[in-house]
Design a protein around this ligand. Structure first.
Ligand code: ASP
Length: 335
């Protein structure tokens, strides 16, 4: 624990308050030979949130929900459960929480409906599942998992995705279920207060397997039929055992163009970057270089974490088998 504390303090001093260079990336250093038995990292979206904007109550609500999500995942991992269950359960919890832009409370299209996207990936064999444009399936992440587990395809869209989800026994709700007062207000104010809050989760389980998943309503006021990065395997989500698991959030059009999630793993695989270096390169060079904004969470095969963003905030949480437990919103703040 002392070692972790020293690393974290050193990193805080080095990084200062640069957006996205939060010292938590140093929770374990690349040179640290000790792998974690299990680890989990979660994001609840990267965006323009400020302390003043969220207020004390808002900050407490986001921190509490990130913490609950972390506990759900840690409990499964601690008891030796498969990482895929942790990813699915954590994201289902966040999909049900209207604070986030996934499931209930998701961003609305210009027509005022929620069109939901999700994807999930297993690092051991590169199996993946994705859904896009769902309007009636309560838990898009579960639909994505069923696509991965029970279909020969990788991605389903729109009505076909709903028919598939129904055939798998998943809960179907009326489209109005997803609309909250706050998501409607966001749409009314249009892009002025674009709703961030895509959710994602990456897990290393006790079997040594990496999994990643992401779920979103996309961006407020998007055009009917617009598809972002989240359901695109390699853009919003990627996992490959022996390399890393990755989940992204931000302006999806840019994450698609650089295949952001796969880019992190490629830099690690072919250029020997550490997970922190790869995440920094993708967010602060490539995404920022295109004038775009967003964030990324990653775990390497040892459970070492990177959480990078170039926005004013990213809701995020990380835990591992050493008892490390972080919940943060703003850059560089103490754990
Ligand atoms: N990446 C998501 C999309 O473009 C939005 C977000 O993460 O805020 O659909």
């Amino acid at each position: 624990m002392m070692k972790l504390y020293v690393y974290t303090m050193a990193a805080l001093l080095l990084n200062g308050c640069n957006p996205g260079s939060a010292g938590e990336n140093q929770v374990a250093r690349t040179s640290d030979p000790l792998p974690y038995e299990y680890a989990i990292v979660i994001h609840g979206g990267a965006g323009g949130a400020t302390r003043e904007g969220l207020g004390e109550e808002g900050i407490a609500a986001y921190e509490a929900s990130m913490d609950s999500a972390l506990q759900i995942g840690l409990e499964i991992l601690r008891s030796g459960g498969p990482g895929i269950d942790a990813v699915e359960k954590v994201i289902r919890y966040l999909e049900d929480n209207p604070l986030y832009n996934a499931g209930r409370g998701a961003a609305l299209t210009s027509e005022g409906i929620a069109e939901l996207d999700a994807s999930i990936m297993r690092g051991s064999d590169l199996e993946a599942g994705a859904v896009t444009g769902l309007t009636e399936v309560r838990h898009p992440i579960s639909a994505a998992r069923r696509v991965m587990d029970s279909s020969v395809h990788v991605m389903f869209s729109g009505p076909g995705a709903t028919i598939f989800a129904r055939s798998q026994g998943l809960e179907v709700v009326p489209p109005s279920f997803f609309i909250t007062e706050s998501s409607q207000r966001s749409l009314e104010r249009s892009l002025r207060a674009n709703k961030f809050g895509t959710v994602g989760c990456v897990v290393l389980d006790t079997h040594g397997d990496l999994y990643a998943g992401t779920s979103t309503g996309g961006i407020t006021n998007k055009k009917h039929g617009r598809v972002g990065d989240v359901p695109v395997i390699g853009a919003g989500t990627y996992a490959k055992n022996d390399v890393a698991g990755v989940s992204c959030t931000g302006q999806g059009e840019y994450f698609i163009r650089i295949t952001a999630a796969r880019e992190v793993t490629a830099l690690m695989e072919y250029k020997d970057y550490s997970v922190e270096e790869a995440a920094r390169e993708v967010i602060h060079q490539q995404i920022e270089g295109m004038g775009a904004r967003g964030g990324i969470i990653c775990l390497d095969r040892y459970g070492r974490v990177a959480m990078e963003f170039n926005t004013s905030a990213m809701f995020r949480a990380y835990g591992n088998s050493d008892g490390t437990h972080l919940v943060k919103i703003f850059p560089g703040e103490g754990s």
